[in-house]
Design a protein. Sequence first.
Length: 272
Amino acid sequence: MDSVDDVTDATAAALSPVPEPQPAPPATVLTPVTPVPTASDIEVYRGLFQSMTGYDGTAAADGQVPLQVIKNLQKKVAQFHLSYKFAIDELTTKIEILQEEFEHTHDYSPIEHVRTRLKTMDSIIEKVQRTGIRPDVDTVRARIRDIAGVRITCAFVADAYWVAEMLTRQSDIEVIEVKDYIARPKPNGYQSLHLIVTVPVFLSDHTELVPVEIQLRTIAMDFWASLEHKIYYKYDRDVPAGLVAELTEAADAARALDAKMARLRDQVRQLD
């Protein structure tokens, strides 16, 4: 049996006020850190700004740029991008015509799907820094030839070469450079057929020959390249050695899959 003292203590404890719950400490808010532009960044921006507007920003006494100069810059940037966008439009029209022709007059189309890409000014500036070229518009136009890009995905390796041949034999397309990463994959296993071509863009008062990068690859190659890009982006290009080794093995598997699918297609064709 409990003693009187035990009962008294228990009663006192039961009747004592319940302490109010304390508020939870405020959650820590992580503010994204905005990268501080380096001196190199500023020089690239200044060089492109001056070559597009003709305005020397360093000459401004108060550091303020006139509003009209800013408007002129916006117009120049839009004009700079437009010719590359129009080149993409011209090229995709050619591809769509081929694709539609095959779908309506043949049993099979070698073109599975098409994607396009237009580099942003930030991407262009990053490439200017990486390559060390002069930060002016004329040099960028001459030296950076993948501002406009078109990627064509095919079912089979032979189709990639076939589509490339159909495009490059058109009279208004000129081939500037070919990099065959299918025949000679990169050390990490990357495979794709890269072409730099010029496409005529017919404007109101003149014609421009605009460079476009065409990438042709199989579905397996595209799947591998997409995964590789995500991994390198996640690790900021500092990918652990184990993952790099697995990516290389996966590239070998993709290559073997392409070869096996081609053999199966050939066997099916022999039955016809």
